[in-house]
Design a protein around this ligand. Structure first.
Ligand code: ADP
Ligand code: MG
Ligand code: ZN
Length: 497
């Protein structure tokens, strides 16, 4: 399917076509009308919010042969040449490239040369914060004694990296992120004009995911269109972006709140099985928590990133089950986890441990909101602390059970009567209580043992042996409760991808 490059086709050609940025647009258009443009501008703001587009509109406006009401005509030869990138006096420099640095170096001489084709030379220097000190100095010298017929427009996503000496010689405009509704409106306009059937929910989802940048929104629309064709539904967006359905997130959090460990592991396994990335799951969950937190604080004013009407009832319920400080902790945990997962290519285990930790955060630390839920548990669990070890064991156990169940249901039935005690020197110990001797003996049979070992190897990415231990009740409790840490703590958590 043809690639439309929508964001190019939809570059605003006149001030009137710019979405948002009203103050900037009005100020610049007035300056053009009144002939009092400055010789240097600094445009700062997130990517895809209109900096280059407006720079080009200015370039056209100062060279246009039929300027009207501060707008370029887009018909005269100057305008069309600029639109096509064939105009000698509009010079675009990408400061992030090596060539850009060279171009700045001989800028001082070149700016003295009068415009070849038009009335004014316009230098558009993109990503200007990337310039070297040397290049900044060269630029500064030029800005200190600006030639009459030159306009500089510097654009950056990181204004704090621009030296004050440069900044003070420019008129500054900051570009804001566009709002969800602004982006949605433009998406719908683009879709309608290109005969794309963009479902309302799909559009909203793209808009909210663009994080204020219209370029990203349009590129996303392009991408989905090229995969899915002219009819675009919400599922198509989720699918192409690898996003998780918000209802899934809401239900997952429900399980986290209920401390339904098996349910959590199963849901995660299902999502991963569908090809979602572990990192994406952590990120999406963080966004969901962010929505929940804001909803608690400001209610319906919230500009939701993932939550929609469909998951609102669940959100409402969760609002009364968890408190703010818990959500903050969980949010931090999920963001850290997403970070960690970026460098470990989707280690599913890291993800699972994080969700169980979140479950503990929600269940152990609500003395005021939920005294009923305490059930005698008072340990405060934090990511990375010693207290995470029992989690790792729990996760591993659940993973083993799920993995074995997938392979052989009868082995699973035997295994689940036992309990993972811990690990030491590449041996996993699985204990059976009194009354389950037969189970233990059956598990020791070659087939069963090897099955569990192979599942464990897949999870832990190393060879492990399994030892089945028979315990009478007393011993069992003793080991679990008293010796848990020294006996089982260390090895299990050292899981490599
Ligand atoms: N404010 C805006 N109004 C309309 N379209 C925009 C706006 N901002 C970005 N776009 C769209 O995104 C594309 C890239 O915008 P651009 O001006 O190059 O962003 P920036 O220079 O801020 O990264 C444009 O071609 C246009 O399709
Ligand atoms: Mg740009
Ligand atoms: Zn013109």
């Amino acid at each position: 399917m043809a690639y439309l490059a929508l964001y190019r086709a939809w570059r605003p050609q006149r001030f009137e076509e710019v979405v948002g940025q009203e103050k900037t647009v009005t100020a610049l258009r007035n300056a053009i009308k009144e002939g009092r443009l400055s010789h240097a501008y600094l445009f700062s703001g997130p990517r895809g919010t209109g900096k280059t587009s407006i720079a080009k509109i200015i370039a056209k406006a100062v060279n246009c042969e039929h300027i009207e009401d501060g707008e370029p005509c887009n018909l005269c030869s100057s305008c069309t040449d600029i639109n096509n990138g064939n105009f000698m006096d509009v010079i675009e420099i990408d400061a992030a490239s090596n060539r850009g640095i060279d171009e700045i170096r001989d800028l001082r001489e070149k700016v003295r040369v009068l415009p070849a084709q038009g009335k004014k030379k316009v230098y558009i220097i993109d990503e200007v914060h990337m310039l070297t000190t040397e290049a900044f100095n060269a630029l500064l010298k030029t800005l200190e004694e600006p030639p009459e017929s030159v306009i500089f427009i510097l654009a950056t996503t990181e204004p704090q990296k621009i030296p004050d000496t440069i900044r003070s010689r420019c008129q500054s405009y900051s570009f804001r992120r566009l709002t969800g509704p602004e982006i949605l409106e433009r998406l719908q306009q683009v879709a309608a004009s290109d005969n794309i059937e963009l479902d309302q929910e799909a559009g909203r989802l793209i808009a909210r995911r663009a994080n204020g940048g219209l370029r990203d929104a349009l590129s996303t629309l392009d991408q989905i269109y090229s995969y899915k064709g002219k009819t675009i539904k919400k599922e198509d967006v989720l699918d192409v972006l690898g996003l998780v359905d918000e209802l899934f997130l809401a239900r997952l959090l429900e399980k986290v709140v209920k401390q339904d460990t098996a349910g959590i592991i199963e849901m995660l396994a299902a999502a991963l099985g569908e090809g979602k990335e572990a990192q994406q799951l952590a990120r999406e969950s963080a966004l969901y928590l962010r929505d929940l937190l804001l909803y608690m604080v400001i209610g319906d004013e919230t500009d939701f990133l993932v939550v929609t009407a469909a998951s609102k009832p669940l959100l409402e319920e969760q609002k009364s089950q968890i408190d703010r400080s818990q959500i903050l902790q969980a949010l931090r945990l999920m963001m850290d986890t997403a970070d960690k997962l970026r460098f470990s290519e989707g280690n599913r285990f890291i993800l699972e441990v994080a969700f169980l930790q979140m479950s503990q955060i929600f269940n152990n630390e609500t003395p005021i909101v939920q005294p009923a839920r305490q059930e005698g548990k008072t340990t405060r669990v934090q990511a990375g602390s010693k207290g995470t070890k029992p989690d790792a064991r729990e996760v591993l156990w659940n993973r083993l059970l799920v993995g074995v169940k997938e392979k052989k249901i009868t082995t699973h039935a035997l295994l689940c009567q036992g309990k993972l005690l811990g690990a030491r020197d590449d041996v996993l110990y699985i204990g059976y209580k009194k009354g389950y001797r037969l189970h233990k003996e059956r598990m020791e049979e070659k087939d069963n043992r090897e099955l569990v070992e192979s599942v464990a190897r897949d999870i832990l990415k190393r060879n492990v042996e399994i030892e089945f231990v028979f315990l009478d009740d007393e011993q069992y409790n003793d080991i679990i409760v008293k010796k848990a840490i020294e006996y089982f703590g260390e090895d299990i958590v050292e899981i490599k991808d």
